[in-house]
Design a protein around this ligand. Structure first.
Ligand code: MSP
Length: 489
């Protein structure tokens, strides 16, 4: 099985914040899980460098050479992702030759089939969104997302006949309930399409930065047309199993991009998953609004895994969620530490001290076999939630599994039993260690950094095979580690 996942490519007018890290982390979780299952996985992310915002940011910081600015920013973004240990397979920059070639190739296909024409655009434009706005979307002439005055422009543009594909796009969405997720976003796109669809501009004249339009040197590609084509980079993996995106860019992806692919004759992605926003006091967190939170300093304080856990646990994927440092701390202390890390330490240190770090033998009772059945059905549920991109639900299922393991150990009190019956206590610890292994693997995609340490200590590999089964053999060696520390401040 192959699994190809994409994130949007990010604008480089500023550094990443936890909103941009969010989409990338979701992709990372999915990629890690599919790699654990042995799927041929490809995770693509990168940067959208041909925007007017790049030029504005470079000039505001005193750069004369725009390319130099983009190169420096690209290094900073890559560094940030590396500090967060994200496991992307390729990192695309739209100023790269390999991307430019793809854009020209793609354009030629739709040009040759007659889907491009020249026209005049007169109206409003938002540099922040890089989008032409209709008056009904911005009645007071202010962008509802960036809260900035829109520019009035009148210019010649080349257009793509997007309207020609409206019926096919609508039909595809209606026939394939899994094409746009979640349901709420699917309904929004359907009702938008039902109101009709206008053609879209694909070029802008007089820009000094961007990719030249091959048929008219006075024009550069409109940045969205150029940027969307990045996804075609790994030819071998096309089409993606899932493309991840925030709700602000759903129309570009679920309509414009799909029309472009139809025109050029490419197979369509299987699912477009639209997530919500990270907000601060109810407002979208963004570089332009100046309320951005730096994911690196946050991870230094709370660990990368702590942040990943919080993001997926506290904010239901698909919905908006207000960032709260208090909630982040509570999730780490009350759940990650109490329900996972302490359990891990308790079982492994007990085996290390009392059984020389070797898994004692076991004789499972009726009750324990019942628990195994319960675990097995929870693992099935987790798998289908992951497959459906219901990551918040899948994480809840993982929490349920470690809660069962905790309860089992609490109720069976091996630390008391060992005083009278070392063999019985050993059997309880054996069973506890098996449940621990399942918990570690279920948490792994969400918390891969502590996951690696946990796997090493348990002497297992991060593989999905037999995840629900008690496969650790008597005598299996394991070590005690403390995975997380309580946050004190
Ligand atoms: N460059 C375009 C995307 C082109 S894709 C062909 C763009 N870039 S962006 O940097 O502004 O945003 C990239 C992604 O980050 C989007 O999915 C966006 O929704 C997401 N986020 C940006 N701010 C966010 C939050 N505050 N919360 C959650 N996601 C957010 O759009």
């Amino acid at each position: 099985m192959k699994f190809y996942v994409t994130t949007p490519i990010y604008y480089i007018n500023d550094l990443p914040h936890i909103g941009s890290a969010y989409t990338t982390i979701i992709a990372d979780i999915l990629a890690i899980w599919h790699r654990m299952k042995g799927d041929d996985t490809f995770f693509l992310t990168g940067l959208d460098e041909n925007s007017v915002k790049t030029v504005q940011a470079a000039e505001a910081k005193g750069y004369k050479d725009i390319q130099k600015y983009t190169d420096e920013m690209a290094e900073k973004w890559k560094n940030a992702w590396q500090k967060l240990n994200l496991t992307y397979d390729d990192f695309i920059r739209t100023t790269e030759e390999r991307h430019k070639k793809n854009v020209i190739k793609f354009f030629n296909k739709i040009y040759e089939n007659g889907d491009i024409y020249k026209g005049v655009y007169e109206g409003l434009y938002c540099d922040g969104c890089e989008e032409f706005k209709l008056e009904k979307d911005a009645p007071d002439g202010v962008c509802p997302i960036h809260k900035k005055q829109l520019k009035k422009i009148k210019e010649e543009n080349y257009y793509f006949k997007l309207s020609k594909y409206r019926d096919r796009i609508l039909e595809h969405i209606e026939k394939n309930p899994d094409f746009i997720k979640p349901e709420k976003r699917r309904n929004e796109i359907i009702s938008f399409l039902k109101q009709g669809l206008i053609d879209t501009s694909i070029s802008r004249p007089g820009l000094k930065w961007g990719i030249d339009l091959p048929i008219d040197k006075d024009h550069k590609f409109w940045v969205w047309f150029d940027a969307l084509i990045n996804y075609l980079l790994p030819e071998k993996y096309w089409p993606p199993e899932v493309q991840l995106l925030g709700k602000d860019i759903a129309r570009f992806h679920c309509i414009t991009w799909i029309g472009m692919l139809m025109s050029a004759g490419y197979p369509l992605p299987k699912t477009m998953y639209v997530h919500g926003f990270f907000t601060v006091n109810g407002q979208k967190m963004s570089k332009s609004l100046g309320n951005a939170i730096d994911p690196i300093s946050l991870s230094e304080k709370y660990t990368i895994d702590g942040i990943r856990y919080y993001m997926l646990r506290d904010i239901s994927l698909g919905e908006d969620g207000d960032f709260s440092e208090v909630a982040l701390k509570e999730r780490i202390n009350n759940e990650v530490v109490a329900n996972y890390s302490n359990l891990f330490y308790r079982i492994t240190s007990f085996i290390q001290k009392n059984y020389n770090g070797k898994l004692p033998s076991a004789n499972y009772s009726e009750k324990e076999n019942e628990i195994l059945k319960q675990i097995s059905s929870l693992v099935k549920r987790y798998e289908s939630e992951m497959q459906e991109y219901e990551l918040t639900k899948a994480l809840s299922t993982a929490v349920e599994v470690s809660t069962i393991a905790n309860k089992y150990i609490q109720e069976n009190e091996p630390w008391k039993i060992i005083k009278e019956n070392k063999e019985k206590a050993g059997s309880i610890l054996n069973f506890g260690a098996q449940l621990l292994r399942t918990s570690v693997l279920l948490y792994y995609p969400f918390m891969p950094n502590s996951g690696k340490i946990a796997c090493e200590a348990l002497g297992i590999k991060p593989e999905w095979k037999d995840v629900e089964k008690p496969v650790l053999k008597e005598g299996h060696e394991l070590k005690a580690v403390m995975l997380f520390k309580k946050i004190e401040t």
